[in-house]
Design a binder for this molecule. Sequence first.
Ligand code: KIV
Ligand code: NA
Length: 276
Amino acid sequence: NERVTTAYFREAKKEGRPVTMLTAYDYPMAKMVDDAGIDAILVGDSLGNVVLGYDSTIPVTMDDMVHHIKAVTRGVRRAMVIGDMPFLSCHLSREESVRNAGRILQEGGARAVKLEGGREVAEAIRAIVAAGIPVMGHLGLTPQSINQMGGYKVQGKDEAAARKLIDDARAIQEAGVFSIVLECVPVPLAKMLTETLDVPTIGIGAGPHCNGQVLVTHDLLGMYGGFSPKFAKRYAQLHEDISRALQAYREEVQSGTFPGPEHGFGMAEEVMARLY
Ligand code: KIV
Ligand code: NA
């Protein structure tokens, strides 16, 4: 039950062992994910969508991230906790980027940060890595750029886009990332990147050839009644389970079935008699 480190990622790729990663945003879920033996826990800025009720990740702030990363790290013993750098947190200056990444480790207690983008963030990656902070990259569908991408869709399909993605991957590897998330990238392109990069790839909607896989835990648990993407396999239907439980409670209170005798505390009759 040794702590997972960046060395674990390197060795896993070398030895062909898939790296498992999931998201968590609070203490109880982090504890369950860690107890399930998942290697890495991402406190993603998907926080904005699945917990805070925003319709994108853009409104998520550094303070939001630090608050939730702290809750997660309290619940984790083995997994490597990685904190997402939110919108604009690594674009203003090297100083600002390092300070923000530093907060994720120093205040949040995470072991690494993740940030979106290619060559345009290479300088920020270099500065953060130089401060002793491991950085995970994120290419393909990068939700913080949703207003430029014009929709949540597969990235790197035509030759020009694929070449750009390959160049970006090399640029951030060169800048010092220890691993790269590939989101919504065609399976053959993700396979090629996985074969040609030195650092492990972690796929989400990027096929089976990546060195590891990540999903948003709320998606795999079926926490939503609504839309979830094609690649997000549902391993449970918690939305339905929770809705059923909540309605059952309401019905039992309204009908007087709950609470029953087994849910209450007794008291000596003679004491009670004197109180009347
Ligand atoms: O925020 C997030 O959950 C992510 C994963 C989808 C990789 O960035
Ligand atoms: Na994210």
